[in-house]
Design a protein around this ligand. Structure first.
Ligand SMILES: Cc1cc2nc3c(=O)[nH]c(=O)nc-3n(C[C@H](O)[C@H](O)[C@H](O)COP(=O)(O)OP(=O)(O)OC[C@H]3O[C@@H](n4cnc5c(N)ncnc54)[C@H](O)[C@@H]3O)c2cc1C
Length: 471
């Protein structure tokens, strides 16, 4: 791309080619150089109007007329959601040389691991302290390790690593830019596109550019909530779970036993400077939280009440109440000697929704399988040991809808029963399912097959080559 672009060329490049283009050594500098072209401040020449067909009120009913949608992009693999699962999926697929487009509803990548301020990377070790989650997740942690205040307690089992949310956003933006994939931020997947047979052919998105379609050979639903597979008509179980709002407090030089990782027994070690087994906060009452990589900054995990993460009214009411609770907690913290100058550094920009939809997959991972250590011919990775559960295998079948074609699922909404999903939803396990879904999608494209017909031996070979632990 030329160094100097007209504003019109710049807009065209951003809307047709995606926000991110093939990486260079200094992608941000290059991007800013382009943006600093001869753009004119103030009124702009008119642009062609997009087709309009607003919803109409007819006899008290709101009717959306049929309308043709502009196709924003045609791609090989479309990944919806840029959280731990989505970024792992998109990066893994792009590295296999297949063109990928990733779409994320917020302005940053990382999902709950960054925007949700969920900072603890847990569980990654087996019972013996061996790291069983590697692959792309390990690479992300290695990159964080090179940054000052990026991550603490790497390779110190049974302590789990804790990351800095902003460092992690930076790492993911850089990996995405360098990968050469196409990505759209601030773009919300609102519908699936299906063909006559019901197979998924893409998704519909809303953004400031309006309602647009992206067509794809294979779609990976990494939205966490199964938004796309649900819209396509795939079967699922709806669940409710605790919904909290995580926050960070500044000017803290002490921690307490609350607000650490989700696991209540992440470690059997005695409590040290940073608690290793802090339970999520149920009641806020002057809680101090846990240490983060940033100096004098604590994070306060919050359990919150059981609620419906798909109900906008419940989410709104909870978010408002959580903000009040967090401020009241801060005021109690300030009453404690030595904490008078504590401040609320930030509340998570995105609510802490744990589980909403669980896929009805080719293989539903059950609590019995998890506890009995069931092995699977189509294993695509492991979960680390969690509380009193040993490490366990994840089958490929848990990423494939029972009936719906052309869609793969990764992250917290895969096919698992509620007990197992409480572990498969954790960040490192989402990396595992994301990476496997990404590589499986590339095999679908290369071998011209559907996700349920993927050559498992081939998939496992590539996963092993990329460093994924399969036992
Ligand atoms: C309060 C709380 C505490 C937790 N504590 C821990 C912990 O200590 N350790 C741990 O490992 N895990 C923890 N977790 C779990 C973990 O953070 C999440 O389950 C994990 O991030 C899920 O990854 P994901 O990629 O599946 O989904 P998400 O992280 O939810 O990412 C999904 C992404 O998709 C985007 N998206 C959603 N819908 C759409 C759409 N329709 N269109 C476009 N984009 C969309 C979202 O904006 C998001 O970026 C916790 C979770 C919560 C809520």
């Amino acid at each position: 791309m030329a160094d100097k672009l007209t504003r019109r060329e710049m807009i065209r490049a951003l809307t047709t080619g995606g926000l991110f283009t093939a990486g260079s050594m200094t992608p941000l500098a290059a991007l800013f150089a382009q943006q600093l072209g001869p753009a004119v401040r103030g009124p702009q020449p008119p642009e062609p109007a997009l087709p309009k067909a607003p919803a109409t009120l007819i006899d008290g009913k709101v009717v959306q007329p049929v309308r043709e949608l502009p196709v924003l992009r045609k791609t090989r693999i479309l990944v919806v959601g840029g959280g731990p699962a989505g970024t792992a999926a998109a990066l893994a697929a792009q590295r296999q040389g297949v063109e990928v487009t990733m779409v994320e509803r917020y302005g940053h990548l990382g999902g709950l691991a960054t925007g949700g301020l969920v900072l603890a990377i847990f569980p990654i070790y087996n019972r013996d302290g061996k790291q069983v989650i590697r692959g792309i997740g390990e690479e992300m942690m290695q990159r964080l390790d090179k940054l000052k205040f990026g991550i603490v307690d790497r390779n110190k089992p049974p302590l789990y690593p804790v990351v800095d949310a902003e460092a992690f956003k930076y790492v993911l933006a850089d990996m995405t830019l360098q990968s050469g994939m196409h990505a759209y931020l601030n773009c919300w997947g609102v519908d699936a596109i299906i063909d006559d047979s019901g197979a998924v052919r893409g998704a519909v998105f809303e953004s400031k550019s309006g309602r647009q379609a992206i067509l794809a050979d294979i779609v990976i639903d990494a939205s966490g909530d199964g938004d796309i597979y649900a819209a396509a008509g795939a079967a699922f179980t709806k669940v409710k779970d605790n919904i909290g709002l995580v926050s960070r407090m500044g000017n803290m030089d002490e921690v307490d036993m609350t607000g650490g990782a989700e696991a209540e027994h992440a470690s059997t070690e005695p409590v040290r400077k940073r608690p290793t087994h802090g339970a999520p906060v149920t009641q806020l009452d002057g809680k101090l939280g846990s240490q983060t990589p940033a100096p004098r900054v604590n994070w306060l995990n919050m359990k919150g009440p059981v609620a419906d993460g798909l109900d906008v009214a419940e989410l709104t009411s909870l978010e408002l109440k959580h903000r009040i609770a967090l401020w009241q907690n801060l005021e109690k913290v300030r009453q404690k000697p030595g904490h008078e100058d504590a401040f609320l550094l930030e509340t998570a920009p995105q609510m802490g929704v744990r589980l909403t939809r669980l896929l009805d997959g080719v293989q539903i991972l059950t609590e019995d399988m998890m506890k009995n250590g069931t092995t699977f011919k189509d294993v695509i990775g492991y979960s680390g040991a969690f509380a009193n559960v040993a490490e366990f295998q994840i089958p490929y079948g848990a990423l494939v809808p029972k009936k719906t074609e052309n869609v793969l699922v990764a992250g917290r909404c895969i096919a698992a029963d509620f007990a197992v999903a409480n572990i498969t939803r954790l960040i490192p396990v989402c990396w595992v399912t994301g990476e496997a879904a990404g590589i499986a999608a590339t095999l679908c494209v290369q071998d011209q097959c559907t996700p349920r017909n993927v050559d498992i031996a081939k998939l496992q070979n590539i996963l092993r080559q990329t460093g994924v632990y399969l036992g």
